[in-house]
Design a protein around this ligand. Structure first.
Ligand SMILES: Cc1cc2nc3c(=O)[nH]c(=O)nc-3n(C[C@H](O)[C@H](O)[C@H](O)COP(=O)(O)OP(=O)(O)OC[C@H]3O[C@@H](n4cnc5c(N)ncnc54)[C@H](O)[C@@H]3O)c2cc1C
Length: 383
């Protein structure tokens, strides 16, 4: 599956932008766990984060393959799109399920980058992967809802104006169906009281947080779509997230493989380049093969997605294969560099830490395997 030639100028433009953000930039931020403001501002100004917003709302109206190419290229240049990737896809829930008023009110500002919608509050400390067990409640009170509870791993909340929040509006035992009773809210975090955000320091620079809601009142107009249908809306956005994160992993894998091949060609030990040894070159070749296979699945999923076809299995498999490929390439790259793989100035240890996330989030490997077992192979549901 070869890529459309139309994407070459997009890739080139992303590479040109990323050239202004070399390893030193990311290393300095990593040390401080600081947010890459300048990088995100540059991507926003260039319109890359509005790729998937239709032109009628001020976005570029590009397709999923183009959006994937943008995210892949960012990672392949050694940059870290995790700081802002959600700005590209979180608005999908609003786009697909929001009212005409909500779309007209928010999407143009999001497209211009004046409004940042990159906080996505689903995971909770006690429920984890079991989203239907979440405990944050939203109780109707006149023309408002009162929200109480807690989220964890709500990334970029400190760098977002809006948050997409999933909360329970009907107690689980009273919901008409197993997946009912959850509602999606689009919250203007600048306008509410009773919201506390605590940063969580992690092994990589990820700007993630935990959030507490204490009698937080939001207008009823903050509900996206119908009350009680939120789980379905959130699920419908997950294919885009998986495809784009898969593309980021492909970019990471390309970066690791490029670094390793270059180093193996120039590093001389025992009087010859280390890459002349099959023990060094085969792992690089193996990582390349894994990356290419995963890349094909990412493209297949993106192509199905943009054709409006069902792509749950492909999006899951793409994210799974790509996350495994980037992690395998990261491990290989450290091994190829020997001791230098651990030195900060080579950026490998930083990228190694960053790419490790993707077999766990946004969905962990086991849950992808469960999905395929149940929905593709027809095996009994395991949870
Ligand atoms: C840096 C970071 C950023 C994140 N950003 C966000 C965000 O912006 N918004 C958000 O909502 N969430 C976010 N997450 C949460 C992320 O999606 C979850 O961490 C992930 O889905 C796993 O959930 P958990 O950590 O609660 O693990 P758990 O659900 O506790 O699972 C722990 C382990 O058990 C396995 N497991 C659990 N149940 C089963 C089963 N039935 N069968 C087989 N294996 C099982 C899992 O696969 C996993 O390996 C982020 C997480 C991290 C670490």
């Amino acid at each position: 599956m070869t890529e459309s030639a139309d994407l070459a100028p997009i890739r080139e433009a992303v590479r040109a932008l990323c050239a202004d953000f070399p390893g030193e930039y990311w290393r300095a931020l990593d040390r401080e766990r600081a947010y890459p403001e300048k990088f995100v501002a540059a991507l926003t100004k260039a319109g890359f984060l509005a790729a998937l917003i239709p032109e009628e709302f001020g976005g570029s109206g590009l397709n999923m393959n183009a959006a994937a190419a943008i995210m892949e290229e960012i990672q392949a240049c050694g940059c870290n799109g995790a700081a802002c990737h959600a700005q590209m896809y979180t608005m999908g829930t609003l786009l697909r399920h929001g009212s005409a008023e909500q779309k007209a009110h928010y999407l143009p500002g999001i497209a211009r980058g004046e409004l940042r919608l990159q906080a996505f509050g689903v995971t909770e400390p006690t429920s984890g992967t079991d989203t239907l067990a979440l405990r944050t409640t939203a109780v109707r009170d006149g023309d408002a809802y009162v929200i109480n509870g807690q989220k964890i791993w709500t990334s970029r909340a400190e760098h977002s104006d809006l948050m997409l929040l999933l909360a329970r509006t009907t107690p689980r035992e009273q919901a008409a169906k197993r997946t009912g009773g959850l509602t999606v809210f689009l919250i203007d975090m600048r306008a509410v009281k009773g919201l506390t955000v605590w940063p969580i320091r992690t092994m990589m620079n990820h700007a993630t947080t935990e959030i507490f809601f204490e009698n937080m009142r939001v207008p009823a107009a903050a509900v996206i779509g119908q009350e009680g249908e939120g789980f379905r809306y959130i699920l419908s956005g997950m294919n885009a997230e998986r495809i784009l994160i898969g593309a980021e992993c492909i970019g990471d894998a390309k970066w690791f493989i490029g670094k390793a091949a270059a180093y193996a060609g120039e590093r001389v030990v025992f009087g010859r380049p280390i890459g002349q040894n099959q023990g060094v070159q085969f792992p690089i070749a193996r990582a390349y093969i894994g990356m290419r296979a995963a890349e094909l699945m990412v493209r297949e999923a993106a192509t199905l997605y943009e054709a409006g076809k069902e792509c749950g299995a492909e999006a899951n498999m793409a994210k799974h294969l790509a996350a495994e490929a980037s992690w395998a390439a990261a491990d290989m790259c450290v091994q190829t560099h020997g001791g230098f793989g651990f030195a900060e100035e080579f950026d490998i240890e930083r990228k190694f830490r960053e790419t490790r996330l993707y077999t766990v989030a946004p969905i962990s490997t086991n849950l992808v395997l469960s999905y395929i077992a149940e929905h593709v192979l027809g095996l009994p549901r395991s949870y």
